[in-house]
Design a binder for this molecule. Sequence first.
Ligand SMILES: C[S@@+](CC[C@H](N)C(=O)[O-])C[C@H]1O[C@@H](n2cnc3c(N)ncnc32)[C@H](O)[C@@H]1O
Length: 222
Amino acid sequence: MTAAAEDGDSKGGDPKGFLGRVYGARSRDELRAIYDDWSESYEADLVGWGYIGPSLNCGLISRHVPRDRGPLLDAACGPGNLGRLLHLLGYRALVGIDISAGMLAKAEARGIYQACRAMALGEPLDFPDDHFVAAVAAGVFTAGHAGPEGFDELVRVVRPGGHLVFSLSSAVYEAQGFKAKLDALTDTGAIGLVDSTDWTFVITRYPGDTPPQHRLFVYGVR
Ligand SMILES: C[S@@+](CC[C@H](N)C(=O)[O-])C[C@H]1O[C@@H](n2cnc3c(N)ncnc32)[C@H](O)[C@@H]1O
């Protein structure tokens, strides 16, 4: 069965064209404005499109990150959909960051994060060195979003022995330098690959013509 066949009828579910708009954003301000606009319906849209990214990330976190060993950073937390699953699994020291005030307000309203703060991957993060036991970044290392330079600060704020859990889009993995960045950090001994999935369609009923594939990775911070 092809992925498209497995996906069934994948048309017609994005009347405001949010997916195309976020992938095509030309600046962080434009992207922030689109996500602010989308924050009201984002979670329902993604559930409707069969988005399994948060579930896969939670599975990997459960496999590799013990609970109650320290704060866990949900980087690009969106409306807190992943945080909600982590909280249900017993992860209580959650900190969310995102560029979108609308998304942060949704995440904060869940009452499950210790803090929700406006910060951008790719810029300095306002956390001390070695602060987090792990950082998860779901759905943000993709076209038009955060670039590979975002990993430098994630490595800095996660303590040695901690983990980075993230998804990467096939659209950017090699073409926009993510593989090279991860290889370089591995070569310097800063991180090491611990686990990964196959490439898969994390939006299983993609409302467009060219669904990107994603792969999830777990790196240990050395
Ligand atoms: C596709 S959503 C993913 C949200 C959630 N993690 C999930 O998996 O559903 C992407 C999120 O990343 C945020 N974002 C985009 N670029 C960012 C950046 N450079 N740093 C932090 N957040 C960013 C957006 O505001 C949006 O909330």
